[in-house]
Design a protein around this ligand. Structure first.
Ligand SMILES: *[C@@H]1O[C@H](CO)[C@@H](O)[C@H](O)[C@H]1NC(C)=O
Ligand SMILES: *[C@@H]1O[C@H](CO)[C@@H](O)[C@H](O)[C@H]1NC(C)=O
Ligand SMILES: *[C@@H]1O[C@H](CO)[C@@H](O)[C@H](O)[C@H]1NC(C)=O
Ligand SMILES: *[C@@H]1O[C@H](CO)[C@@H](O)[C@H](O)[C@H]1NC(C)=O
Length: 172
């Protein structure tokens, strides 16, 4: 009896782990528009935006901005913190709809030149290891909001699993 109860729990948790893993790992390369609809501009808290994203190596960032004012420079952590736009690593600025390939799993730092970094145009984002999965990814028209969708899915799956686990324990 004891064993049966525990096995039921283990089975459910195994299922949860499998579903979680596959929900997260199924991601094809995604394109993330920095700042969401607002894009790359002043008055956006990119720390808050970054905290809501989950990026994997191979994903892309899209910076949409007014090139007459703003730019996008990849910098190191020190320069990010100090808003130092000298001796940057890469100048990503092209036409104002510029993409950046996040090829490695590591933190990346970006800022705008021209002093706009001091008005909030700085982004620190961590990129995680991409684990490819054999299963087909769910269709997604717009990659920008995918990570929130995944978070919601995870929350729902966890709650369902917890509810089932509870029911099993009490009625089996
Ligand atoms: C941005 O949001 C973070 C987290 O909510 C907060 O700690 C930080 O002070 C905010 N930055 C600005 C410039 O408002
Ligand atoms: C950019 O990332 C993709 C994966 O999303 C990779 O296959 C490709 O080789 C990269 N391209 C460049 C130019 O680095
Ligand atoms: C970051 O870049 C600045 C400017 O090139 C340089 O002075 C500094 O030593 C670098 N810091 C690190 C930790 O690499
Ligand atoms: C970055 O590149 C853009 C476009 O090539 C150029 O206009 C701009 O001056 C460059 N910025 C810096 C800081 O070199």
């Amino acid at each position: 009896m004891e064993y049966g109860l525990r096995r039921g729990g283990v089975l459910w948790w195994t299922m949860v782990v499998v579903v979680l893993t596959c929900t997260v790992c199924q991601q094809p390369p995604q394109l993330f528009q920095v700042g969401g609809k607002k894009g790359w501009t002043t008055g956006v808290n990119y720390t808050e935006w970054a905290a809501q994203q989950r990026l994997y190596a191979g994903d892309w960032l899209l910076f949409r901005f007014d090139k007459h004012y703003y730019s996008v420079l990849e910098v190191n952590e020190t320069s990010y913190q100090l808003c130092n736009d000298q001796n940057f690593i890469t100048n990503i600025t092209r036409g104002g709809r510029d993409v950046f390939n996040l090829t490695q799993a590591r933190p990346y730092y970006f800022l705008s030149g021209g002093g706009y970094c001091f008005q909030g145009m700085k982004l620190a984002i961590n990129v995680e290891v991409y684990v490819p999965a054999p299963l087909a990814p769910p269709p997604s028209k717009n990659g920008v909001y995918i990570s929130t969708e995944i978070q919601d899915t995870i929350t729902v799956v966890v709650w369902i699993a917890l509810a089932l686990d509870f029911l099993l324990k009490y009625f089996y």
